[in-house]
Ligand binder design. Structure first.
Ligand code: S3P
Length: 419
């Protein structure tokens, strides 16, 4: 069982944005509770290569911003490692800056589609080269002289939306971005606090270019996507009771809480507050013996897209048939998460079938340990380390190093909570 309380590590999405926006703001910025995960460190490394002075002191980061037009042509190729957020958001910034830059990443990044960002940036007048007409790395961006855009998004993606908002800061007029479905809005919230001229009207975002952004002190709330593993661990292991402190509760991210409640899970928000414009609270989670199946589809998908692997594990312990659909995006994450979840859970004895855009899981099943192929996908590794908690024979993960991408110290925390 899992018992105890702990402070949650910083949010990955917000940590990336805090470095990027501080780097293009004028003045000194302090970022507290920054996530020292490998993805966020890749973002730091890219901005250092563009002449930004970034100091890491404990869990804080100090950034001397170069100003909106003050980045330097990179001294080297920009390597984003495993990070989709780094590459896609940085493309928006590079498109606005008057120099050329080349982006590469690891093997997984090499398979992830970039046209979703490249196409609208080309419509804004940016010249971009890359494999398969700019869909894959290496990507070369020739920045500068952007036109404004009125764009209807083709995919529900905060990464694409954010890249376009960032490019719009540099455009020659007012841009409008129309979302299909509401996705995480950390970019809109944080950029406004840096002085950007952004108006949000439901799915419509209007951005006026600005001369400059101004430095900020940012506190990064805890990452609900990381909390998700501990939440599910507590829900499915008998006798558990955990308090997770300092969880970011932005509504564009809390789909997992709605799902847990609809599955009859015992979870409560305590001590809710507002920090740096973002909702934060503590979560009290208890073992839940009577979990029931649910359907997850349509608008809720972007609000829990990264949590689907661990929700699938939860669904194996719920009575009835859980359907997850409208989630084709899972195929282009760090791994093909439909396949990596379905194949591995099948090996463990779950009753699970693959759909073109999701999966169907019938519970409750007794899971048994198996050899798990993680595809070096951090969220797959963590999801199956939680499934392991309810197995007699142990789960063997083919890789655990990938967990450092988003959750350094994960196994130490799990050990501390395991009673
Ligand atoms: C993220 C957006 C999501 C999410 C990713 C982080 C972000 O990706 O899966 O882990 O920080 O904007 P998409 O925008 O591709 O859906």
């Amino acid at each position: 069982m899992l018992r105890g309380s702990f402070e949650l590590i910083g949010d990955k999405s917000i940590s990336h944005r805090s470095i990027m926006f501080s780097s293009i703001a004028k003045g000194n910025n302090k970022i507290s509770n920054f996530l020292m995960g490998e993805d966020c460190l890749s973002t730091i490394s890219c901005f250092r290569k563009m002449g930004v002075d970034i100091d890491i002191v404990g869990k804080d980061v100090f950034v001397k911003g170069n100003g909106l037009r003050g980045l330097k042509a990179p001294t080297d190729i920009l390597d984003v490692g495993n990070s989709g957020t780094t590459i896609r958001l940085i493309m928006g910034i590079l498109a606005g800056n008057n120099f050329d830059a080349t982006l590469i990443g690891d093997e997984s990044i090499g398979k992830r589609p970039m046209k979703r960002v490249v196409d609208p940036l080309r419509l804004m007048g940016c010249k971009i080269e890359g494999n398969d007409d700019g869909n894959y790395t290496p990507i070369k961006i020739y920045g500068g002289n952007l036109h404004n855009i009125d764009y209807k998004m083709q995919v529900a993606s905060a990464q694409v939306k954010s890249a376009l908002i960032l490019a719009s800061l540099y455009a020659d007029g007012k841009s409008i971005i129309n979302e299909k479905v509401k996705s995480r809005n950390h970019t809109e919230i944080m950029l406004k606090s840096f002085g950007a001229d952004i108006q949000v009207d439901d799915l419509k975002i209007k951005i006026n270019p600005v001369e400059e952004l101004f430095s900020q002190d940012i506190y990064v709330p805890g990452d609900i996507s990381s909390a998700a593993f501990i939440i599910v661990g507590a829900l499915i292991t008998k006798g558990s009771e955990v308090i997770i402190k300092n969880v970011g509760l932005n509504e564009t991210r809390t789909g997992i809480l709605d799902v847990v409640k609809s599955m009859n899970g015992n979870i409560e928000i305590i001590n809710q507050r507002l920090v740096s414009g973002e909702k934060v609270g503590d979560l009290l989670v208890k073992y839940s013996a009577n979990l029931t199946a649910t359907t997850i589809d349509k608008e809720i998908i972007p609000r829990l897209i990264d949590e689907i692997p661990i929700i699938a594990v939860l669904a194996t312990q719920a009575e009835g048939t859980t359907i997850i659909k409208d989630a084709k995006e899972l195929k282009v994450k760090e791994s093909n998460r439909i396949k990596s979840v379905v194949d591995n859970l099948k090996k463990m004895g779950a009753n699970i079938e693959e759909l073109e855009d999701g999966m169907v899981i019938t519970g409750k099943s007794k899971l048994d340990g198996a050899y798990i192929e993680t595809f070096k996908d951090h969220r797959i590794a963590m999801a199956f380390s939680i499934a392991n908690l309810i197995c007699e024979n142990k789960v063997k993960l083919d890789d655990t190093k990938c967990i450092d991408i988003s959750f350094p110290g994960y196994f130490d925390l799990l050990k501390q909570l395991l009673k």
